[in-house]
Write a protein that binds this ligand. Structure first.
Ligand code: GSH
Length: 214
């Protein structure tokens, strides 16, 4: 199997998606802690040498740099024959939720958590707007999971890993207590955490952490 290096920072839920997938597939990776808080990913040098899109994570596979978690997760699912779709209909569902996650759930939750928790000051109107959007998405997810063990049915897929990443952080970071507010989401997070080999983000991605302001 290939050798992996993952450029990450510990609070990056997007990095966690890949770290978790590799771990659940029994794979190891070398972590490359990146000074996101110090602005390294904004430098011309980092963009020229690591990721022109200016984003974490970057997964190096045998020295080839891969970016964007959704296609990377799909590639790993294919490669390891695990956590992918079993047929065309499942593939459609998997992609449908993966796109929704990238655009809506992860997109807004990552921004909200960062602004709320890791910024020295944030605009209350911006936080209110983001929270309103997330409340809507969490309501959609709560209804969807009321009669399903995992997002596309009875089996966990990479879509679950993508969607759960930003929801599994401690409530003092997310600002949500799902056990009280969204019981189906809470139960689903518990089912993922019970998968053999599962680890939380801060267990998989060590190193210097960002300062909390919330
Ligand atoms: N769609 C990307 C999102 C990656 C992303 O937004 N990463 C964050 C850190 S977790 C980032 O680097 N943000 C920098 C920015 O938005 O300028 C993926 O799935 O890989």
């Amino acid at each position: 199997m290939p050798a992996y290096r993952l450029h990450y920072f510990p609070e990056s839920g997007n990095s966690y998606k890949l770290a978790l997938m590799l771990t659940l597939c029994g794979e190891t990776f070398e972590g490359v802690w990146t000074d996101f808080g110090g602005g390294v990913t904004r430098t011309a040098e980092w963009r020229a040498n690591v990721n022109p899109m200016g984003e974490i994570p970057v997964l190096e596979e045998d020295g080839v740099r891969l970016t964007q978690t959704a296609p990377i997760l799909l590639k790993l699912a294919e490669q390891y024959g695990r956590f992918g779709a079993g047929n065309a209909q499942e593939q459609f569902e998997l992609l449908r939720w993966l796109f929704w996650d990238n655009h809506k759930l992860t997109g807004y939750m990552a921004t909200y958590r960062f602004q709320r928790t890791f910024m020295p000051s944030s605009n209350p109107d911006v936080l209110k707007f983001l929270r309103g959007r997330i409340d809507d998405y969490l309501g959609i997810l709560e209804r969807h999971l009321q009669d399903k063990a995992f997002v596309i049915g009875a089996r966990p897929t990479v879509t679950d890993f993508s969607m759960m990443a930003y929801l599994h952080y401690p409530s003092d970071e997310t600002g949500y207590e799902f056990a009280k507010s969204h019981p189906a989401v809470h139960a689903w997070l518990g089912r993922i955490a019970a998968l053999p080999g599962w680890k939380s983000a801060y267990d998989l991605l060590p190193g210097k952490r960002l300062k909390h302001y919330a």
